[in-house]
Design a binder for this molecule. Structure first.
Ligand code: NAP
Length: 211
């Protein structure tokens, strides 16, 4: 495969957890993978062992809630590769608490990261995908975002993921005919910093549907 044929992927929130595992799996099937990390140093450290293992992983700073950061990574991808084939919107936060009496500033931050981050990244990259007639966007959601789920214990998180699910359907409808597929999925309850050590699923199991 010539370098020009190599597919390029971007994974947000990829310095640890499920995102890091997705980076590894996409790179293992031959893609160039941009490892988006809110903290540049943590991204470099996460990418190190993968690069040492011969995988084509490029760490780059990405705070999904910061428009300027999204613009910088979009410019980097266009400059370096001129294409993006796969976007995995994985970054998220998980504040706990019921809706009544919730801290609205925290709820806003949750929406900024879990909903507006994926939306902004899609705005930045979908036109490039449409131009080439190919793209795959995966929005990592959660069972907490299903309307049938009535778990009040992490209300802002569940609301943000429910909105992400609807955004996915709207984008899938808008982009489907251009060769850009937009999907959402839930990784299940996974042993990460977010899921905790009692979760039944490994990061490999959490990442397999995404990859
Ligand atoms: P995690 O271990 O807590 O990792 C979250 C990642 O998101 C970290 O890399 C974190 O970066 C990043 N992040 C947070 N805010 C960010 C921002 N503003 N900009 C960029 N990156 C940011 O979580 P995980 O368990 O791997 O979860 C990955 C995805 O799976 C999430 O969408 C989550 O909602 C979903 N999910 C997880 C579970 C589970 O049981 N683990 C269940 C259902 C759904 P820092 O290191 O800088 O904080």
């Amino acid at each position: 495969m010539s370098p020009a044929d190599k597919r390029v992927a971007l994974v947000s929130g990829a310095n640890r957890g499920i995102g890091l595992q997705v980076v590894k799996e996409l790179a293992e099937v031959g893609m160039t993978v941009v490892l988006g990390s809110r903290d540049a140093d943590r991204g470099e450290r996460a990418a190190g062992p993968l690069r040492a293992g011969g995988l084509d992983v490029r760490p780059h700073q990405l705070d999904v809630a910061d428009d300027a950061s999204v613009e910088r990574i979009a410019s980097f991808v266009v400059r370096e590769f001129g294409r993006l084939d796969v976007l995995v919107n994985n970054a998220a936060i998980y504040p706990v608490g019921p809706p009544l009496g919730a801290n609205i500033a925290t709820a806003r931050e949750t929406f900024d990261i879990n909903l507006f981050g994926p939306w902004q990244l899609t705005n930045a990259f979908a036109p490039l995908m449409v131009e080439r007639g190919y793209g795959r966007i995966v929005n990592v959601s959660s069972g907490s975002g299903q309307l049938g789920s009535l778990d009040r214990s992490h209300s802002a998180y569940g609301l943000s993921k429910a909105a992400l699910n609807l955004l996915t359907r709207l984008l899938a409808d808008e982009l489907g005919r251009s060769g850009v597929l937009v999907n959402t999925m839930s990784p299940g309850w996974v042993r990460t910093d977010m899921g905790g050590s009692y979760a039944p699923r490994s990061v490999e199991q959490g990442a397999d549907t995404i990859a």
